[in-house]
Design a protein around this ligand. Structure first.
Ligand code: FFO
Ligand code: ATP
Length: 285
């Protein structure tokens, strides 16, 4: 996509309702006045090599890029024992939580070891191996997982019922094929008749005010905004957005750069426990 196209798309994505705070998603503290001033003056001074003015938004994306590089480096140097301890603890916290136990339909990511993401394999197995006839009488949950459709920030969330439904994509992330073994199209969560209660989200960095830095594709922010719109139209309760994070990925408040398209999260799960962020999370955590 051309730079102009990209900016036009962003301008569209930045119009309300995406930037309208709701009771369920209160406004996040936007970047501070001084950062705003700095961005404006550096933007005015800066011109790209092609003589196109560098916008404040460009500078935020640049900051995001350099923060991603820093966090990735830290994740790569994390002690493997500490990592696996945190993987187990985080997943156990999720599995034991009332919000996970009560959820009926959820979207979760398939963790990718090469990306050093918090492991979700235990959570996924618990969902897929539950026949719905356990002692604790939990109904089998419906699981939707991401499938990247193009490089234009477009992904779908498709229903799977077993791990064998997944194949590695070009980025080496497991994802479902569009059709199941019987040749039937997998259910796309955007066309489901019932609401998703929970999203289990990946990310590179977070803060305790709900900011989330993704991998830069814009896939999740685009998807979450669309899903919120759908839930609004159907008068469904907004699903809970919960991200899983190693402690090294939690940054000081305000450090994670934000654009108006970034969708805030409701809660964070660390190996030390759950951090509720929004009123929606406080109600159930
Ligand atoms: N497990 C998982 N599945 C997911 C995501 C995710 O973050 N984690 N996504 C979330 O969007 C979507 C896929 N988006 C992705 C975007 C970038 C990369 C990636 O490998 N990025 C490299 C850097 C590549 C580059 O800079 O050119 C990296 O992060 O090291 C992977 C997935 C949907 N599925
Ligand atoms: N300078 C820029 N101006 C406008 N758009 C940009 C610029 N740099 C990147 N983008 C686009 O903005 C989109 C969102 O990027 P962002 O960094 O917010 O993603 P993210 O939050 O890390 O990813 P995700 O939502 O998948 O977790 C991407 O599609 C990216 O191509």
């Amino acid at each position: 996509m051309t730079k102009m196209g990209l900016l036009q798309r962003l301008a569209v994505r930045m119009t309300p309702p995406f930037i309208t705070p709701t009771a369920a998603s209160p406004p996040l503290p936007s970047f501070t006045h001084s950062l705003r001033r700095n961005l404006r003056s550096s933007a005015a001074a800066a011109m790209s090599a092609t003589n196109t003015p560098v916008t404040p938004l460009d500078l935020i994306f640049k900051e995001k890029k350099s923060l991603r590089a820093k966090v990735k480096k830290q994740l790569r140097s994390m002690d493997p024992n500490l990592r696996s301890q945190q993987d187990v603890a985080i997943q156990n916290i999720v599995l034991d939580s009332p919000w996970f136990k009560s959820c009926k339909r959820l979207c979760a990511y398939i963790s990718c070891p090469a990306l050093r993401e918090v492991d979700t394999s235990k959570i996924l197995s618990a969902i897929l191996n539950n026949s719905g006839q356990d002692d604790d009488a939990q109904v089998r949950k419906k699981l939707y997982v991401p499938r990247v459709e193009d490089k234009n920030s477009y992904m779908r969330m498709l229903n799977i019922s077993r791990m064998d439904d997944l194949i590695a994509n070009s980025m080496d992330i497991l994802e479902p094929s569009p059709f199941d073994a019987d040749g039937n199209e997998r259910e796309n969560v955007m066309f489901a008749n019932e609401p998703v209660d929970l999203f289990i989200l990946p990310g590179l960095a977070f803060d305790k005010s709900g900011r989330r830095l993704g991998r830069g594709g814009g896939y999740y922010d685009t998807f979450l905004a669309k899903y919120q719109e759908l839930a609004n139209d159907r008068k469904w309760k907004k699903p809970l957005f919960v991200a899983l994070s190693y402690s090294t990925q939690i940054l000081e408040d305000g450090v994670v750069p934000m654009t108006p398209n970034d969708v805030p999260i409701d809660a964070l799960v660390l190996s030390s426990g759950v951090i509720p962020i929004t009123p929606a999370a406080n109600e159930i955590i």
